[in-house]
Design a protein around this ligand. Structure first.
Ligand SMILES: [Zn+2]
Length: 247
């Protein structure tokens, strides 16, 4: 699956302390959507791709939002709806209607309200895909395999009950992919796993493209290109090795 998958968190002109690296401004978000349209992409979701047996009519792209800040309803979601665009939203289910407790407790970041049950149901009714982001946004490499399985199983169940439909996609918190992920994630009933940097991108650990405040129209265009995807197939393993040496 070599569809570009964009990773976003907060769309906010004035992000709180600590969240700057995980936020882009409203203007940058508009630039991203304009660039996507300019290059002739159509937004889709994992659910839609699977429903259509991976047959695509057009050049496809997936927009994914991690953590589900409630503030996305103020600007980003209305903008997506205006353009008839789809997206995938992943939520840590223990914090539905809560806040980014993991950012606050672990790193002292600003607290933001996350989407509540009604907002998730509303997004789902619009054809947006809701994905699991675990229950408590834990680091897969810091918890036992058993706890990881509990996190992804319980969060799936919570969302399926809330939305009355099958949940197929898991976004790994922090993009941390545990050992044996293919077995664990598929046995839990997922079809897709979303990582960030990935040695080898595959359906249970898909590479994603981060968008930053420093991105320009030309860097965004490049990030949507095949050359960029090709570059990542070399770049991501180097990052992995660097990370492994640091650990
Ligand atoms: Zn997250």
């Amino acid at each position: 699956m070599n569809i570009p998958i964009i990773m976003l968190h907060h769309i906010n002109n004035l992000p709180g302390p600590g969240l700057e690296n995980w936020s882009i401004s409203e203007e940058k978000f508009i630039l991203l959507l304009n660039t996507i349209e300019k290059h002739g992409f159509t937004t889709t979701t994992f659910k839609l791709l699977q429903a259509h047996n991976y047959q695509r009519r057009a050049k496809a792209i997936i927009l994914s939002f991690d953590d589900c800040p409630g503030a996305l309803f103020e600007f980003a979601i209305p903008e997506l709806l205006k353009r008839n665009m789809k997206a995938v939203f992943s939520i840590p289910t223990a914090q539905i209607g809560g806040f980014n407790q993991w950012d606050v407790a672990e790193q002292g970041f600003a607290s933001v309200t996350l989407m509540n049950a009604e907002q998730l149901q509303y997004l789902s009714s619009l054809g947006m895909e809701i994905a699991s982001h675990g229950q408590q946004h834990l680091r897969a490499n810091k918890i036992s395999e058993q706890q990881f399985v509990e996190e992804i199983t319980a969060s799936k169940k919570t969302l399926e009950k809330l939305l009355n439909q099958k949940i197929q996609t898991l976004a790994y918190p922090y993009g941390e992919v545990p050992k044996n992920y293919k077995k664990l994630v598929s046995q839990a009933g997922y079809t897709f796993g979303l990582s960030i940097y990935q040695w080898r991108s595959n359906q249970f650990a898909l590479r994603r493209i981060g968008i930053h405040a420093s991105d320009t129209e030309s860097s965004l265009s490049f990030k949507l290109s095949r050359s960029y995807q090709f570059m990542r197939t070399f770049f991501d393993p180097i990052l992995w090795i660097k990370k492994a040496i640091r650990v």
